[in-house]
Design a protein around this ligand. Structure first.
Ligand code: ZN
Ligand code: ZN
Ligand code: ZN
Length: 279
């Protein structure tokens, strides 16, 4: 299974869209891996996790054929993870010869409700016929093509059940855990129930705060280390497991190479836009 990080910043991007702090000015000056767009990840070439305002331009930059995407899990309704308007262009006069006849989205209740309301009001009927937004229940695995996807609860918002996803294909598995603080107990309990039956190939962790103190709804280095230790204790990881950290806020203040230096001893891979990993 392949994962490609299309965006690795928090909601404001890095440089922040309207920000002139030193970390953003430095990123503008240095460019390269210091430029981070809003978070989104491509799995193989037929699954995308989340959608935001950068979706169209990243698809051009990386040569991604969006019409090939058949499965689109959404983590939660924050604007760096869910903006539905690009889907309005998928069909009718806007898109011909779709590669995949029906695109399936999977999401929590808030995203599904938003989607139904806004698409019902503003999308063309012919577009809607080729789109499904499926409610995914936490801790209930579902099948999407040859993938098995399990939504687990994140610690992120009080009034919405935000998801992290376990994505499995054949023997391979990825835990995609962004926009979450230290996992809630239900999620640790669920993961613990998999003890002995699963070893994760890649764990992708929220690192919004970097070296700073966590803000409860996100993580930094210290919380990433704790999650790594807990997963190890449960036997869900082994020495071959890759740990990637992503979703960086400019407020963490460290540029790409500084982030790499800070976590070298932890074995964390610092994600950058366009980074691709094969598991
Ligand atoms: Zn986010
Ligand atoms: Zn800034
Ligand atoms: Zn969020």
């Amino acid at each position: 299974m392949k994962i490609k990080y299309l965006g690795t910043a928090a909601a404001e991007g890095w440089p922040g869209i309207f920000c002139h702090c030193p970390a953003c000015e430095q990123a503008r000056r240095l460019g390269g891996k210091n430029i981070r767009r809003r978070p989104q990840a491509l799995i193989n070439d037929d699954m995308m996790v989340d959608i935001n305002c950068d979706n169209y331009s990243t698809s051009l930059d990386y040569g991604i054929d969006l019409s090939k995407i058949a499965y689109w899990p959404i983590t939660h309704s924050h604007m760096d993870h869910f903006v539905l308007w690009d889907f309005a262009m998928r069909g009718a006069a806007f898109a011909h010869n779709l590669t995949v006849p029906v695109l399936n989205l999977y999401a929590n209740r808030s995203v599904c409700d938003n989607f139904q309301y806004l698409s019902g009001k503003y999308f063309e009927k012919e577009v809607l016929e080729h789109l499904r937004c499926n409610y995914a229940e936490p801790f209930v695995p579902f099948t999407a093509g040859d993938y098995r996807i399990t939504p687990l609860l994140a610690r992120h918002m009080d009034h919405e059940q935000c998801y992290i996803y376990m994505i499995q294909q054949g023997e391979k598995s990825i835990l995609y855990a962004h926009d979450t603080g230290i996992f809630p107990q239900e999620t640790f309990r669920y993961l613990d129930s998999l003890r002995g039956s699963l070893v994760l190939d890649l764990v992708s962790l929220d690192c919004t705060s970097g070296p700073n103190k966590e803000v409860d709804s996100h993580m930094g280095f210290a919380e990433n280390r704790l999650i790594k230790r807990r997963l190890q204790e449960m036997g869900l990881t082994d020495p071959h497991t890759k740990y990637v950290i992503s979703h960086f806020s400019h407020n963490c203040g460290l540029l790409h190479e500084e982030l790499e230096a800070a976590v070298r001893g932890d074995g964390f891979i610092v994600a950058y836009d366009g980074m691709e990993m094969e598991v």
